[in-house]
Design a protein. Structure first.
Length: 436
């Protein structure tokens, strides 16, 4: 713990505010549910800040059956994903996965909210050691909080609001970059495969240039292993941009004959024949250096003849003209979409010379490298913004974000005042039950 700033005081959250754990009104009584009062659950707190809407709502009777919390109460998740938090804009109730900190005379609500955003490590360290992490009301009440003088709290909140407003605007701009990246990629492909060029290349079909086309091996989940066998490529292992990943890679047993027939080789183009409507038809190029991989029956492996550069074929099959053709050939049900092999083989495939194919591939890949670097830089910047926000909060609660003013009423006086208020508050007496 850093040195206590001038005029500050260390406390536990239960010393300065009333803590309530939410509850859920009975599901058996329909009169308790309606559209009158917000009923907050952990998912409603994802947006953070001040929340005024919830997915579920209750009636006024339901609010009374729960624990009605005053406006500006702080909600903090205490079961499962610990530490999500938000202030509520109006009186509401919450469920039992949330601890609520009621408004207090010694702490500004938004100061309390910003404190809660530094609390996750403490919550995780102090949660009960069960399958699901839990912080009960008693343990949560022990959470440490540094109290600044009230006027300094307001200066801190104003400063954090200003800084996080700037980072939020930067984050919003960065969030647009993935969409722009996709537009740039398609623009590059549109330029490379212009209608004028395609006309000059001729009106070939895909089947004219295929030396081998083969659907992959069928292996059910029970036949797949996490540890042994041949790596088994499935449709989730490449995306619409032909990028590979090993997420949830499984392994299968195969005979030598199957391995000889279905093993992937450098230059193979994989086409996803069955998937969702948006994803069916994605393609990827298999590179040299990854031996022994097999692939499943939702993938069609295409091997091109000597007239085709495989990377050129892959890029053409990612382009808008090729995908537009696929849109006319998709056969969809409620759960899955498919493109049949005969439709794929009839797809348009205009083909320039080998030299021109290589030139086009070099031009596109150079542009894609720049675009991918832009996307990676945007991802890094977004991560840095998150670190910056946390650094701002850390400085705030060390007393380093705004200067201290010796004329401010010290936090110790605030704690004394709330202690006196609690001592003077009447204590509810429990009456003895009368004998029946």
């Amino acid at each position: 713990m850093s040195v206590l700033p001038q005029g500050w005081a260390d406390a536990e959250i239960g010393q300065i505010a009333q803590i309530e754990t939410g509850n859920t009104p009975s599901k058996n009584d329909g009169s308790l549910y309606g559209r009158e009062v917000c009923f907050y659950k952990p998912g409603d707190l994802d947006v953070g800040g001040v929340v005024s809407v919830s997915n579920d709502m209750v009636s006024k009777a339901g609010a009374q059956a729960g624990r009605l919390l005053p406006a500006e109460s702080l909600l903090v998740t205490c079961i499962g994903n610990l530490g999500k938090s938000a202030l509520i804009a109006q009186p509401a109730i919450c469920n039992q996965q949330i601890n609520a900190v009621l408004p207090s005379s010694v702490v500004e609500p938004h100061y309390l909210y910003y404190w809660s955003r530094t609390l996750k490590p403490w919550l995780e360290e102090n949660s009960s050691a069960t399958t699901v992490s839990i912080i009960n009301k008693g343990r949560f009440s022990k959470a440490p909080i540094r109290i600044a003088p009230l006027l300094e709290q307001r200066r801190i909140v104003a400063k954090i609001d200003s800084l996080t407003g700037k980072s939020r605007r930067a984050r919003d701009h960065l969030d647009h970059i993935p969409r722009l990246v996709e537009k740039y990629r398609q623009a590059v492909l549109v330029s490379a495969f212009s209608e004028r060029d395609r006309t000059a290349w001729g009106n070939g079909k895909l089947e004219d240039f295929i030396s081998d086309a083969l659907i992959g091996l069928v292996r059910g989940k029970s036949e797949q292993s996490d540890i042994s066998g041949a790596p088994y490529i499935r449709m989730n292992h490449f995306d619409l941009n032909g990028q590979w990943n090993d997420d949830k890679l499984t392994f299968i047993e195969a005979t030598p004959q199957e391995i000889g027939r279905y093993e992937l080789c450098g230059g193979d183009v994989l086409f996803n024949t069955r998937n969702s409507f948006e994803l069916v038809g994605k393609v990827a190029l298999w590179q040299d250096g990854r031996a022994g991989h097999l692939y499943n029956n939702n993938i069609l492996r295409l091997r091109f003849n000597e007239k085709v550069v495989p990377r050129f074929a892959t890029l053409w099959m990612m382009s808008e003209p090729f995908r537009a053709y696929l849109q006319t050939q998709k056969s969809a049900t409620t759960s899955v979409c498919a493109i049949y092999q005969r439709s794929i083989m009839a797809a348009p495939f205009p083909l320039p010379s080998i030299a021109e194919q290589n030139a086009i591939v070099a031009k596109i890949d150079s542009a894609f490298t720049w675009i991918d670097r832009l996307a990676a830089d945007a991802t890094s910047a977004r991560t840095l913004i998150g670190h910056l926000d946390q650094a701002v909060l850390a400085k705030a609660f060390k007393g380093e974000l705004v200067p201290q003013d010796p004329n401010d009423e010290p936090a110790s006086a605030l704690l004394d005042r709330i202690g006196a208020e609690r001592a003077a508050a009447p204590t509810a007496k429990r009456g003895r039950k009368k004998a029946a």
